[in-house]
Design a binder for this molecule. Structure first.
Ligand SMILES: [Zn+2]
Length: 325
């Protein structure tokens, strides 16, 4: 490349190039001692779930705006359509493990309300979170090593992000091991709640810390008080699975799990809005439901999401309803 053009490259273009290269990176399967390459695993599977709310093969999810097109004045996220094959997917497991481990929730006689289903969805969410943090570490490391970014991006900022993500991975590995033991031995170590609602064309699957501290403030001990939550669009119902590990629980977590019971549609929508604008970014909705969302609410939602970037723990409910008509 010509030296002159190189000098003219904007930092966001360099970052975009790093992200693009990183997408091509192969990752190993997250099952211990497996050396196979990870395929794209669905957090929520197509058959029996996503297929129930898919029109013309598409769903809608939140995306990062391509840094090449981003002009600083705009917010960094936008809603966009995604093919069902790519809905909530991450490179987590190899083909063999992705098939074998989740067989109980993929077969015809599966029961999504079961304890086993809760454990498996939670396991997949924990592993996806580990992978996302590993990708972050790689991204920030490449940025720190990029000569073209020297002096443009604060190295302390990059280093503290790398450190924060690494600490997060350490906690998540403990949670992953706990879930593996429980899937194997079934000793009722976790508690899960099932809340059922009329059909709602939304899906999500996540794990998040219930403590309102960030990774930098608890370096001495692991943060294991987590909430596991999954929103499943069944053919005729909307199922919420929410729960926790019985040895890593607080009053706040129990109250949160119970708070999803017997809600009016409006209150359910408001709770989902609060959750999706703070704790849970792994979510999506049908193209039909998306059409009903008011433009002013779409922008308000993305603005709230950006404002909450550094918010940790269970959020206080807000009055905002993204899904109001
Ligand atoms: Zn594997």
């Amino acid at each position: 490349m010509h030296n002159y053009t190189k000098k003219m490259q904007k930092p966001q273009n360099i970052i975009a190039q790093i992200s693009k290269n990183l997408k091509e990176k192969k990752w190993n399967c997250l099952v211990d001692n497996c050396d196979q390459i990870a395929i794209n695993s669905h957090l929520i599977q197509q058959n029996g779930l996503l297929s129930n709310i898919t029109y013309n093969g598409h769903l809608v999810e939140l995306k990062m705006i391509d840094a090449n097109k981003w002009d600083n004045k705009k917010l960094p996220f936008e809603f966009g359509t995604v093919g069902i094959k790519h809905a909530l997917t991450h490179k987590v497991f190899c083909n063999k493990h992705d098939t074998e481990i989740f067989k109980p929730i993929e077969t015809d006689d599966k029961n999504f309300e079961s304890y086993e289903a809760f454990l498996l969805f939670s396991y997949r969410a924990v592993c996806a979170e580990i992978r996302k943090k590993e990708i972050n570490v790689e991204q920030f490391t490449r940025m720190a090593n990029a000569k073209s970014l020297l002096g443009i991006i604060d190295q302390d900022f990059l280093n503290s992000n790398i450190e924060g993500n690494k600490l997060g991975i350490e906690d998540l590995i403990v949670l992953k091991t706990e879930l593996e033991k429980e899937i194997e031995n079934n000793t009722d170590k976790y508690k899960h709640f099932v809340h059922k609602y009329p059909k709602l064309e939304i899906y999500a699957s996540a794990i998040f810390s219930a403590n309102d501290l960030d990774y930098f403030s608890h370096i001495s001990e692991p943060d294991l008080d987590n909430v596991y939550i999954h929103f499943l669009p069944l053919e005729d119902n909307f199922l919420i699975l929410v729960g926790y590990h019985s040895e890593h629980v607080s009053e706040k977590i129990i109250a949160f799990c119970n708070s999803w019971k017997n809600l009016s549609l409006e209150n359910l929508q408001k709770k989902l809005t609060t959750l999706f604008s703070s704790n849970v970014e792994n979510w999506g909705l049908s193209t039909e439901l998306y059409k009903e969302i008011l433009d002013k609410n779409k922008s308000k939602y993305i603005k709230t999401l950006v404002e909450n970037e550094n918010l940790y723990g269970i959020s206080v409910e807000k009055d905002f309803n993204l899904f109001e008509k």
